[in-house]
Design a protein around this ligand. Structure first.
Ligand SMILES: [Zn+2]
Length: 146
C-alpha cells in the first residue's frame, strides 16, 4: 500500500505572539509555595513601585489621579507594625498580609483590613510569581508585556 503523503501540511505556526487583546486579560499570581494569592487586571511588572521599599503599587481606590485596578487578594491580615519613614518625615503604619498556606509576607496597606480600605495596596518585590510552583525570577524584572 503506497504511502499517502498529505500535501495539506499544517503550517507549523510560530506566530503565537501575545496580541493586544491579551492586555485586558486577568493575571494570576501565586506565592512561591504554590498558593493562589492575587488575580489582577494588569501585569505587576508594569505597575509603579514605591521609592521607599521598591514595593509594587496597586491602586485600590478611584481617585482623580487614576482608576483603581480590578483585583482580588487572597491573603491573611496581620497585626499592624510601625515603620520609620525618614523620607516621609515620620512613621508609617503597615497592615501586612501573608500567604494563608506558608505565611510568607505578600504585601501591605496603610489602613486596617479589609483589602482596599486604603488608597493603595503594596506588594513586596519578588513575593509573587505567575508560574505556580516556581520561584520568582528577579522580582519580575525584564518582564515587559503590557
Ligand atoms: Zn505561600
Amino acid at each position: 500500500m503506497p504511502k499517502v503523503v498529505s500535501r495539506s501540511a499544517v503550517s507549523s505556526s510560530t506566530d503565537a505572539q501575545p496580541t493586544a487583546s491579551s492586555a485586558a486579560a486577568l493575571r494570576v499570581y501565586y506565592c512561591i509555595c504554590g498558593e493562589f494569592i492575587l488575580v489582577i487586571d494588569k501585569s505587576l511588572a508594569t505597575l509603579p513601585r514605591r521609592k521607599t521599599d521598591n514595593a509594587i503599587i496597586v491602586r485600590s481606590q478611584d481617585t482623580d489621579a487614576g482608576k483603581a485596578r480590578v483585583f482580588k487578594l487572597n491573603a491573611v491580615a496581620e497585626e499592624p507594625i510601625l515603620l520609620e519613614r525618614r523620607r516621609l518625615g515620620g512613621h508609617e503604619k503597615q497592615y501586612r498580609y501573608h500567604c494563608p498556606r506558608c505565611s510568607l509576607k505578600i504585601g501591605y496597606q496603610t489602613s486596617p483590613p479589609p483589602v482596599k480600605s486604603a488608597p493603595f495596596l503594596y506588594i513586596f518585590s519578588g513575593a509573587l510569581t505567575q508560574m505556580q510552583g516556581q520561584v520568582p525570577q528577579n522580582a519580575f524584572d525584564g518582564e515587559n508585556d503590557m
